[in-house]
Write a protein that binds this ligand. Structure first.
Ligand code: GLN
Length: 521
């Protein structure tokens, strides 16, 4: 058979059930690719071959037993049985490392499974390992990982985006058909765009955050990466839903349609007919690359040709998204990160009394960007400044949400916008200028501030690098939103760029290619 890593998860599932592929062979092929490329790409912080193969063998045993029991038993098997999945290294897996990309959590082992880890196990997924990320998910390039950067398989001298860069690359480079990321201000959608894969941030509350290392608790959401929209829907379906251990997780029912998006392109394309999209003019920001804008406008034209209408709309408070996010997110981070005290988790520096130990541990364990956020957040929350900064930012946040609500009230089905104003940028380009790095997320941050679902789908290439199209929906509309994304995928199924693989995959597989850290230096 041809290389099974090139298949979509739904194709793998069909072959597994038919007995034409074993979960062991499938898992080995992915582990081999991940290990081979990890020097050049550095997408993975750990690859757990032994455990993954055990899980694959267990999946094979279940499939063999079900086949003996007949078609009904096969049909009852869980959707992700035997399918390899990568987890961002902030998802707890009992007994495994969970660094969140930070030295301060080096050596820490998770005492329990995250809610989504339990759900993935119930769904039969094979967990291959943990992926690289910006420290505590703070960043847009994965260069803020304490363990060195991840490279983009489309151009090894460029970043994959962040903070979930490792998870995006794992899927783009065929190390796994599915992966998990988190998105606080864009960290799923932006790396999905820069790596040419599908990535979704669900509605706030759709997925339990229990067992996920917290960054900014009112913004963090967990979501899927995949190489097509159906697979992204199936992964979200497996992890979504109420969990009593996260009081912000919602009891809103998880629609079955999420796991069952249209397979046929004609049916998928038909869902676009008569749909009404808004195109927020504020998302075509100054500094946007012309070729990125061109791809987005071509995508809009394709939606119109398929029978949708696209109207210019305004989200007038968009400009405040960045400023208010960089009050709210650091404020919440400063509170969440107070727990890394050199006593309870990971790194411990002993320098004298309790305060000296605390300062020494945090001084050695946190990187510069994390320290910057802790200082900003502590300042914004301190007496005398709380009202002027944090409270004010929360009020402006309500206005940002109100902009979106006004459009839903006018009957728009979804909004269409760029995901990132630029393609993947070279290593180092934004490292000396934090504000330039922050601007990478101008088009994604407002969606987190409003708690809405957003998805990035590939919409072509600009100078050989992927461009992402962002679709934004009303709260809890993930199934409809992915239906529209699936429609867009269907109407562009024949596009030449869809059949291209990342240009630097061969170099990534070459053992003489140096590590991204060495190249970045
Ligand atoms: N890049 C943004 C930040 O640095 C968003 C990160 C994220 O979504 N985790 O905060």
């Amino acid at each position: 058979m041809a290389d099974p890593t090139r298949l979509h998860a739904h194709e793998m599932a069909a072959l597994l059930r038919a007995g034409d592929l074993s979960a062991r062979a499938l898992t080995e092929a992915h582990l081999d690719a991940a290990e081979r490329d990890n020097r050049a790409l550095h997408a993975w912080l750990t690859i757990d071959r032994a455990r993954a193969l055990e899980e694959a063998d267990a999946a094979d045993a279940r499939i063999v037993a079900a086949r003996a029991d007949g078609a009904a038993a096969l049909a009852r098997l869980p959707a992700l049985l035997g399918i390899p999945v990568a987890l961002k290294d902030l998802v707890s897996v009992a007994g495994g490392q969970c660094t969140a990309g930070s030295r301060i959590l080096e050596g820490y082992r998770s005492p329990y499974d995250a809610h989504i880890t339990e759900r993935l196990r119930e769904a039969g997924a094979v967990i291959l390992g943990k992926t690289n990320m910006d420290e505590f998910a703070m960043g847009s390039s994965t260069e803020h990982s304490a363990f060195g950067p991840t490279a983009n398989p489309w151009a090894l001298d460029r970043v994959p985006g962040g903070s979930s860069g490792g998870s995006a690359v794992a899927v783009a480079a065929f190390h796994a058909p599915l992966s998990i990321g988190t998105d606080t201000g864009g960290s799923i959608r932006q790396p999905a765009a820069l790596c040419g894969v599908v990535g979704m941030k669900p509605t706030y509350g759709r997925v339990s955050r229990y067992g996920i290392v917290a960054f900014a608790s009112s913004l963090d959401q967990i979501g899927p990466f995949a190489r097509d929209v159906r697979d992204a829907g199936a992964l979200l379906h497996a992890i979504a839903g109420r969990d009593d251990r996260d009081s912000t997780s919602s009891p809103v029912p998880v629609p079955a349609a999420l796991g069952n998006l249209p397979a046929g392109d004609d049916e998928a394309a038909a869902t676009l007919r008569g749909k009404r999209f808004g195109m927020p003019r504020e998302y075509f920001v100054a500094g946007m690359e012309p070729a990125v804008e061109a791809r987005v406008r071509e995508a809009v034209a394709a939606l119109e040709a398929a029978g949708a209408t696209v109207e210019d709309v305004s989200l007038p408070h968009t400009d405040y998204g960045l400023a208010t996010y960089y009050i709210v997110a650091p404020a919440e981070a400063s509170a969440n990160l107070a727990r890394y005290d050199g006593v309870r988790f990971g790194l411990q520096r002993r320098d004298g009394d309790v305060l000296a130990n605390y300062l020494a541990t945090r001084g050695a364990g946190f990187g510069d960007e994390v320290k910057r956020r802790v200082m900003l957040g502590t300042y914004a929350l301190s007496a005398g400044y709380y009202d002027a900064y944090y409270l004010k930012a929360q009020k402006v946040r309500t206005l940002i949400k109100g902009d979106f609500d006004a459009l839903w009230a006018q009957g728009f089905d979804a909004l269409v916008a760029p995901t990132s104003p630029t393609v993947a940028f070279p290593f180092g380009a934004r490292m000396d200028d934090p504000v330039a790095m922050y601007l990478s997320d101008a088009c994604t941050l407002p969606v987190n501030m409003a708690g809405l679902p957003g998805v990035s789908v590939p919409c072509g290439l600009a100078e050989g690098l992927p461009v992402g199209l962002q679709l934004i929906g009303a709260a809890w509309s993930e199934a409809e939103l992915l239906g529209l994304a699936r429609g867009y995928e269907a109407i562009t199924a024949g596009a030449a760029w869809r059949s291209l693989e990342p240009a630097d995959l061969a170099r990534a597989a070459d053992p003489s290619t140096p590590a991204p850290g060495a190249r970045a230096a």
